[in-house]
Design a protein around this ligand. Structure first.
Ligand SMILES: *Cc1c(COP(=O)(O)O)cnc(C)c1O
Length: 344
């Protein structure tokens, strides 16, 4: 293994092992009964999957994303993986798939870490070992409906720092012509289908050098999400984040809300009208990949309005950004017990 840590971006870098576990069950009165196999590590990165598998035919697929950080003390910290496990269980319910128990999820993450320990980047690089847990339906089916066989896979990949240079702002463009998710659809679940559905909008935004902001699909008046990240705004001493049935509950946002309260901010979760951007002093997208990605402006092409929020990352969100990273890298005490610590 010979990795130039400085060249890592957010692309896939193969590690030695992936971890797999299969489930075989039967549907009994609308409930799927069965057992998950003990997770095992394998060097084989290919699946022997039936061409009629329900993941391929009907989109029975969910995923997660989380990171292991090499701390300032040399120890490795995996951030809030139990929350990822719980969220994947919700996604499984959402698509009528078998849920991976938290215990199996945890075993798989630990095994993926231990087997690929050499791929956890050194502290100084700002790079991390990213885990992509994946859940797919493997039952061959032609008739429309959920299967009874599933595969859970953890795919590790070292990734570079989100901000290789300076922490900076990104611009967003609103799209009312492509919706990411329906009001009571699958927006609250982390499933591949939501992503495929958003590509027309995100790719169009990228052509303009921006990212895509999604509004609620019913009225197109309220902010839903920023590409694949939650929205947060600062108005006075309020930390405002949208409440919507189509938003993915971000673990980063959840953590930031806790830290915001500790900073003395008032955390408000409610519907957020797009026009409210005009009254916000700071705004950002948040998620595992970036932690916080400050927003300088939001362009509403349909209405001919540009909301200019800030030209540089603002003080409150910047403080939150450092605060969360300090916990993840072990620079300050982890009083909420968010990190599972591993020593080599
Ligand atoms: C993964 C994801 C997020 C961020 O969630 P985190 O748990 O903070 O990484 C936000 N929105 C969408 C649509 C996502 O898929």
């Amino acid at each position: 293994m010979n990795i130039d840590w400085s060249k890592l971006g957010f692309h896939y870098t193969e590690t030695d092992y992936i971890v797999r576990s299969a489930f075989h069950g039967t549907w009994v009165n609308g409930e799927l009964k069965g057992e998950w196999q003990e997770p095992y590590a394998t060097r084989d990165k290919y699946l022997h999957l039936h061409v009629s598998a329900t993941s391929l035919q009907y989109g029975q697929e969910a995923f997660e994303g989380l990171k292991a950080f090499r701390g300032v003390d040399g120890k490795i910290r995996v951030f809030r993986w139990e929350e990822n496990a719980k969220r994947m269980q919700q996604s499984a319910l959402g698509l009528k798939m078998a849920a991976v128990p938290t215990e199996v999820f945890g075993k798989a993450i630990r095994l993926a870490l231990v087997k690929n320990i050499a791929f956890v980047p050194p502290y100084e690089t700002g790079a991390t070992l990213y885990f992509r847990p994946l859940l797919i339906g493997t039952t061959p089916r032609l008739g429309v409906g959920p299967g009874q066989d599933y595969e859970f896979i953890v795919i590790p990949s070292p990734i570079g720092p989100y901000y290789p240079g300076a922490y900076h702002c990104t611009s967003f463009v609103v799209n009312r012509h492509v919706d990411r998710a329906a009001q009571f659809g699958t927006g609250q679940f982390k499933v591949g289908g939501n992503y495929a559905a958003s590509f027309r909008a995100t790719e169009a935004a990228h052509l303009e050098g921006m990212d895509c902001m999604f509004l609620d699909s019913k009225t197109h008046r309220y902010i839903d999400e920023c590409s694949a990240a939650n929205f947060i705004g600062i108005k006075g001493d309020e930390y405002i984040t949208p409440r919507s049935s189509a938003i993915l509950p971000s673990i980063t946002n959840n953590s930031l809300m806790t830290l915001a309260k500790e900073m003395g901010l008032k955390v408000v979760r409610r519907k957020v009208r797009l026009e409210e951007l005009a009254d916000m002093q700071e705004a950002a997208a948040c998620g595992t990949a970036c932690v916080i990605s400050p927003i300088d402006k939001v362009v509403d092409v349909d209405k001919g309005v540009i909301y200019r929020i800030q030209s540089q990352p603002g003080p409150k969100l910047t403080q939150l950004y450092h605060n969360l990273q300090d916990i993840q890298y072990g620079r300050i005490p982890d009083k909420h017990h968010w990190c599972e610590v591993f020593e080599e």
